[in-house]
Design a protein around this ligand. Structure first.
Ligand code: SF4
Length: 393
């Protein structure tokens, strides 16, 4: 039995039908009013009714860019709707995809936690309203010793599951019967988290410049815009371990092989990684002097980041706990076979990978490198030669 009234749901999940109208209720008589006056009045009201709004908004951006997950408490009243749509408005104005992804990842994770707390009947209602209807089967289906109580029609499951890029959600790894994909509650909440993540990211229809100019004329909002702009500027110098140049002894960004740079860029932008990409990073970091902490930090920006799971997997790949087996770096042959090699990629490719290197005993013929650690070695050689003006061969 659901305890929600009509407003209850939309207060908790503001992107549902009616949420935008509650945030921005333009009425006929006001439509003649200049837009800047209208929004000035609207936000002045909101900031005076909810004095905590200012700090909450700032926290969303600060925490998102700091990749922190806790510290923000979502309310389940109108303030939550105002927070959601003001964040979206600011994202539209900033027109910055990295900011979009960081903020969307942070908020969608908070909504994931919220969805997990729903009872099954409410989760069914919410999923329908979110366009990914699930059904609850009290008896459920036993799959691998775990009872799966929820199911989604296969044609509705596939497009969302594909966005997760997690092999765990591939049909081959799921229980499918008569066109129904059976799931546990956590899986269902994770799928809905992805739907929510997409609701947070704005459409970006080329109105950012105009919108930013307008918002800068609105008092409390313009102050927030300035603060966010400063944070973004500051973060340029401390974005992530791989953009710094002094993090590891002998290990600077330029020494990372193309296949690793490509994955790090995805992670920095908050884009989901495939299972193989996660393993490649974990194994490469484990074998190149990176700490567990530095490796966890790579995964911190991912939409499905779970510190406990990430830490466990990373430690496992280093032989800490479990059977004590430390995994080696993938070979280039293996990486090519699973399509992770970026030797000739326009942005990340490098002649060392694409053409090979001159090695003793091979005359004038270039020899392909065998694994990404070779790249680090040969790139270092190349840099040292350049610094000392030594010809290539
Ligand atoms: S050649 Fe090896 S190191 Fe270079 S991008 Fe391909 S897989 Fe990575």
């Amino acid at each position: 039995m659901s305890y929600y009234n009509a407003y209850g749901l939309v207060y908790k999940y503001p992107w549902l039908e009616g949420g935008r109208e509650m945030f921005d209720p333009i009425v006929e008589s006001e439509s003649a009013e200049p837009l800047v006056d209208y929004y000035n009045r609207l936000f002045s009201d909101y900031f005076s009714i909810y004095p905590e709004l200012y700090q909450k908004l700032l926290d969303v951006f600060i925490f998102a860019l700091d990749k922190k997950e806790s510290g923000i408490v979502l309310t389940d009243d109108k303030l939550n709707i105002i927070l959601f749509y003001t964040v979206k408005t600011l994202l539209t104005a900033f027109d910055n995809r990295i900011l979009d992804n960081h903020v969307a990842n942070l908020l969608s994770k908070l909504y994931h936690k919220r969805l997990l707390q729903e009872n099954p009947q409410d989760l069914v209602i919410i999923s329908k309203k979110m366009g990914l209807p699930c059904h609850f089967d009290r008896k459920g289906k036993d799959f691998g010793g775990v009872i799966h109580h929820f199911w989604v029609e296969i044609h509705q499951y596939v497009p969302i599951a594909a966005l997760l890029r997690d092999s765990n959600y591939q049909l081959i790894n799921r229980m499918v019967q008569n066109g129904k994909v059976f799931l546990i509650k956590d899986h269902m909440a994770r799928l809905l988290q992805e739907v929510a993540r997409r609701e947070i990211i704005p459409d970006h229809q080329g109105i950012s410049g105009e919108l930013l100019t307008l918002l800068k004329k609105i008092n409390p909002i313009s102050a927030i815009i300035n603060e966010i702009a400063i944070i973004i500027e500051e973060k340029k110098y401390s974005q992530s371990p791989y953009e710094k140049t002094n993090v590891y002894e002998n290990m600077v960004y330029v020494l990372y092989p193309p296949c690793i740079k490509f994955i790090l860029n995805k992670a920095t932008n908050g884009v989901n990684l495939t299972h193989s990409e996660r393993l490649h990073i974990a194994f490469f970091y484990a074998n190149t002097n990176h700490t567990v902490e530095e490796t966890v930090d790579v995964f911190r920006t991912l939409p499905d980041f779970d510190e406990k799971i990430a830490r466990y997997n990373i430690e496992f790949s280093r032989g800490i706990g479990g059977k004590g087996k430390k995994y080696s770096v993938y070979s280039c042959a293996k990486l090519k076979s699973i399509k992770l090699c970026k030797a000739t990629d326009k942005e990340y490719g490098d002649p060392i990978c694409a053409e090979g290197v001159y090695r003793k005993g091979h005359g004038d013929t270039k020899v392909p490198i065998k694994n990404p650690k070779d790249f680090v070695f040969w790139k270092n050689v190349e840099i040292q030669r350049k610094l000392q003006n030594i010809p290539k061969k």
